[in-house]
Design a protein around this ligand. Structure first.
Ligand SMILES: [Fe+2]
Ligand SMILES: [Fe+2]
Length: 137
């Protein structure tokens, strides 16, 4: 899968991170389709999991700064995705590398970006010019 401008949220740091997550999805798709050995896929997942965690931390900080009303639900989705990474890693270690893994990875990461990150970005950008919304404590 490739990055498209329509996926952009308009917040540079987050867009750059989303682009690299899409690169991970692409690499992972290739690895599964090419029936790569689990020991070449496991480091890819471990790296992606760390990038995802720091990416979520950035988003969650921003949400707190702008007092995002959907913060708790969004954070719960993040936690679910991180848990799914652990499940994915276990499946890869058990050498259950098959096409079934692809839709799930695609769904957690990509659908979350479109369905949950975009509404947050609209909210954050919409409130940017209003100092009353910014909590500086
Ligand atoms: Fe995100
Ligand atoms: Fe998110």
């Amino acid at each position: 899968m490739i990055w498209k401008d329509e996926y952009a949220l308009g917040i540079q740091e987050i867009d750059t991170q989303h682009e690299s997550l899409i690169e991970f999805i692409t690499e992972f798709e290739k690895a599964v389709e090419g029936r790569a050995h689990w020991n070449s896929v496991q480091p890819l997942i471990a790296r992606a999991r760390e990038s995802v965690k720091s990416h979520f931390a950035v988003e969650e900080s921003l949400m707190q700064i702008v007092d995002y009303p959907e913060f708790a639900a969004h954070r719960a989705e993040h936690r679910h995705i991180v848990e799914q990474f652990a499940v994915l890693e276990q499946r890869v270690l058990r050498q259950e590398m098959n096409g079934e893994l692809l839709p799930s990875v695609h769904a957690w990461l990509f659908r979350h970006t479109i369905d949950s990150d975009q509404p947050f970005a609209r909210y954050a950008i919409g409130n940017r010019g209003d100092p009353g919304r910014i909590d500086t404590e």
